[in-house]
Design a protein around this ligand. Structure first.
Ligand code: PDD
Length: 284
């Protein structure tokens, strides 16, 4: 089919139906790999350097050598972007420890598997931006290396499904009485006009959008405080937001089925959302 999606696998661009990986790939058998999702506006990747830096951090964290230089990654990602028929994209890339006889220990002399695809970037609908979205809450029961962007996502998958089961967009998690993040987003709160963000420790993914949001808010003159957030503080916050590469920033207006923070996106959200849109436009 002429309009079939072109993907990248181990150095080759090919139609998605021809991209094949061994059933022994450690990504399939163990979820032994890492990934990135890079938003692309008007065919230009947003914060590419930061995504490549986090990729290196995740690879180091699972002791897997980076198969490419940053220059090589940039070139392949740009080529993948050019090969798609749409301008706003979400590039997904993953590196796994490759195919090997099943044994938990790292295999020797095996080339990693590198896969990339790019889908249309589907941002939240206007109504979701204007009215905010619903979340549910749960205890964070994932492992203690949530700072690594690994393809082993079962904990996150089960959390996300809790939200879907209750017609919500995300599950906001708490560990030992403190806010961590959501199943596929970071979570920020606003208290007395100050954005309060949980620290980037081993319990959350160091979100590129989290960083972008804090930087943009700082430039717009909104005060910031990076510190642990208790469950009580989060539930009593003036505003609560989600951030991710595919959601940008989104206000939470329903929590566990009840209206939250007046049931409308707050003033700090509206200000930072506008500044975020401007920063995106400036980056194009
Ligand atoms: N998810 N926390 C988790 C657990 C995530 O999976 C993500 C992103 C984030 C936000 O990170 P960033 O701002 O860098 O996108 C936080 C991506 C989008 C995904 O898995 O599809």
């Amino acid at each position: 089919m002429a309009d079939e999606q072109t993907v990248y696998l181990n150095g080759q661009f090919l139609p998605i139906t021809e991209a094949k990986v061994s059933v022994l790939d450690r990504g399939f058998i163990y979820g032994d790999g890492v990934y990135e999702v890079v938003p692309v506006y008007g065919r230009r990747p947003f914060r590419m350097a930061q995504h490549l830096k986090r990729l290196q951090y995740s690879l180091d964290g699972i002791r897997l050598a980076n198969p490419h230089t940053d220059a090589h990654w940039r070139q392949s990602i740009n080529e993948l972007i050019e090969r798609q028929p749409f301008a706003d994209q979400a590039v997904y890339l993953q590196v796994t420890r490759g195919p090997a006889k099943r044994d938990h220990a790292f295999p020797k002399g095996v080339a990693p598997t590198v896969f990339m695809m790019s889908n249309p970037l589907v941002l939240p609908a206007r109504e979701q931006v204007e009215r905010g979205v619903a979340v549910v809450t749960a205890q964070d029961n994932r492992w203690l290396r949530c700072d690594l962007k690994t393809t082993s996502l079962l904990g996150n998958v089960l959390m996300r499904q809790l939200a879907v089961d209750r017609d919500a967009v995300e599950t906001v998690m708490f560990r030992d009485g403190h806010l961590t993040e959501a199943s596929a987003s970071n979570v920020l709160i606003v208290h007395d006009g100050v954005i309060v963000a949980p620290p980037k420790d081993n319990l959350i993914l160091p979100g590129i959008t989290y960083d972008a949001t804090l930087e943009i808010a700082d430039r717009a003159g909104v005060p910031l405080d990076v510190r642990a957030v208790t469950h009580a503080e989060a539930m009593g916050a003036d505003e609560m937001w989600l951030s991710s590469s595919t959601k940008e920033v989104l206000a939470i207006t329903t929590v566990d089925g009840r209206a939250f923070a007046g049931g409308r996106p707050g003033p700090v959200f509206r200000r930072v959302y506008e500044a975020f849109q401007q920063a995106k436009a400036d980056a194009k």
